[in-house]
Design a protein around this ligand. Structure first.
Ligand code: NAX
Length: 328
C-alpha cells in the first residue's frame, strides 16, 4: 500500500476549490491508485465554509481520501506538502491599478512561497492557478530559494484545452485527434495559442485549417477571451473547467505526456525561444518521470514570433513592476 501524497489547496472554499477537491479525492490528480491527504488553506473568514466542504468530502466516502486538515496558517498547510495548488488570490476589483493588484497578490504569494520553502516536502511540485498566475508564481518562486526553480509552474492548461476544443469544433474532429497544441507566454489576453506545430489526425493543423484570417481573427481571440465569455454567459468565472485543467496539469507533470504529444505549462524560462531567462512563461513541454522539458527546435514563423514577443513583453513588464515593489 502506498503512502498518501499530501496535496495542499489554497482558496479551498472558493468556486474552483469546490470543483477541484472532490476530483482530487476521486483520484483524478495523481491516479486511481494514489491515496491523498488534503490540506486546505483559507483566510480566517472562509474557514467555516472550508469546513463545510470538508464535511461533504467526508460524506462522499472516497476510498483514496485518507485525511483532511484545514488551516489559515500557510506554515501548517504546506507542512510536508508534495503537491501545492495555489488557487486563492486577490482578484482585480473596480478602480484597482495593476500595481495595487500585484502588491495585494505579493502579500499572498510571497509568504506562501516562504512557507513552501520552509515546510514542504523535498519533492514539492507547485501549480499556481490564482491570477495573475505567471507573476504570482514568479513571486512565490523568488521567496523559495531552497526549492528548485523548476518546481514552480503556472497554469495555461485551461487555455491549451480551450484551444484544442475550438480547433476540434472548427475542423469537425474529436479532441483526442489533436496533438501538439501550444500556448505561449502569459495567461492573459496576450497569450498566444499556436496551431503551427499542432497536428490533426496526423496532418499539419495549419494546412487542414488553411485559413490564416480565421486563426488571427477568430481562433486566437476566442481562446484568449474565453474567460470573459464564460463570465458573460454564466454570471461567474470558469470554475469546473479551470479545476479540470489544474488536474490535467499536475496529472501530466507526474504521469508523463504521450509519445509524440506535448502539453503547455508556464515554467521558468531557460532562455528558450528568446524568452528571457527566469520569466515564468508558457511553453510546449514534454513530461516524464515527474520532470518536464521545454520542447526544443521548433521553427517559429513571423506570425507566431510577433505574438510570442508581445506576450513575453507583458511578462517582462509585470516582472519589472513586482521588482520595483520589492516582491522578488
Ligand atoms: P473565488 O473567489 O471563488 O475563490 C478564491 C478563494 O481564495 C476564496 O475562498 C478566498 O477566501 C481564498 N483566498 C484569498 N486569499 C487567500 C489566501 N491568502 N490564502 C488562502 N486562500 C485565500 O475564486 P475562484 O473562482 O475559485 O478563482 C481562483 C483564482 O483562479 C482567481 O485568481 C482566478 O482569477 C483564477 N483563475 C485562473 C485561471 C487560469 O487559467 N490560470 C482560470 C480560472 C480562474 O479565473
Amino acid at each position: 500500500t502506498r503512502t498518501p501524497v499530501n496535496v495542499t489547496v489554497t482558496g479551498a472554499a472558493g468556486q474552483i476549490g469546490y470543483a477541484l477537491l472532490f476530483r482530487i479525492a476521486a483520484g483524478h490528480l495523481l491516479g486511481a491508485d494514489v491515496p491523498v491527504n488534503l490540506r486546505l488553506l483559507e483566510i480566517t473568514p472562509a474557514l467555516k465554509a472550508a469546513e463545510g466542504t470538508a464535511m461533504e468530502l467526508d460524506d462522499a466516502a472516497f476510498p483514496l481520501l485518507r485525511g483532511i486538515e484545514i488551516s489559515d496558517d500557510a506554515n501548517v498547510a504546506f507542512d510536508g506538502a508534495n503537491v501545492a495548488l495555489l488557487v486563492g488570490a486577490r482578484p482585480r476589483t473596480a478602480g484597482m491599478e495593476r500595481g495595487d493588484l500585484l502588491s495585494a497578490n505579493g502579500g499572498i504569494f510571497k509568504p506562501q512561497g516562504k512557507a513552501i520553502n520552509d515546510h514542504a516536502a523535498d519533492d514539492i511540485k507547485v501549480l499556481v492557478v490564482g491570477n495573475p498566475a505567471n507573476t504570482n508564481a514568479l513571486i512565490a518562486r523568488a521567496a523559495a530559494p531552497d526549492v528548485p526553480a523548476e518546481r514552480f509552474t503556472a497554469m495555461t492548461r485551461l487555455d491549451h484545452n480551450r484551444a484544442i476544443a475550438q480547433l476540434a469544433k472548427k475542423t469537425g474532429v474529436q479532441v483526442a485527434d489533436i496533438k501538439r497544441m501550444t500556448i505561449w507566454g502569459n495567461h492573459s489576453a496576450t497569450q498566444y495559442p499556436d496551431v503551427f506545430h499542432a497536428e490533426i489526425a496526423g496532418k499539419k493543423a495549419a494546412e487542414v485549417v488553411n485559413d490564416e484570417a480565421w486563426l488571427a481573427e477568430t481562433f486566437i481571440p476566442t481562446v484568449a477571451k474565453r474567460g470573459a465569455a464564460i463570465i458573460e454567459a454564466r454570471g461567474a468565472s470558469s470554475a469546473a473547467s479551470a479545476a479540470s485543467a489544474a488536474l490535467d496539469h499536475v496529472h501530466t507533470w507526474v504521469n508523463g505526456t504521450a509519445d509524440g504529444d506535448w502539453t503547455s505549462m508556464a515554467v521558468v524560462s531557460d532562455g528558450s525561444y528568446g524568452v528571457p531567462e527566469g520569466l515564468i512563461s508558457s511553453f510546449p513541454v514534454t513530461t516524464k518521470d515527474g520532470a518536464y522539458e521545454i520542447v526544443q527546435g521548433l521553427d517559429i514563423n513571423d506570425f507566431s514570433r510577433a505574438r510570442i514577443d508581445a506576450s513575453v513583453k507583458e511578462l517582462e513588464e509585470e516582472r519589472e513592476a513586482v521588482r520595483s515593489l520589492d516582491l522578488i
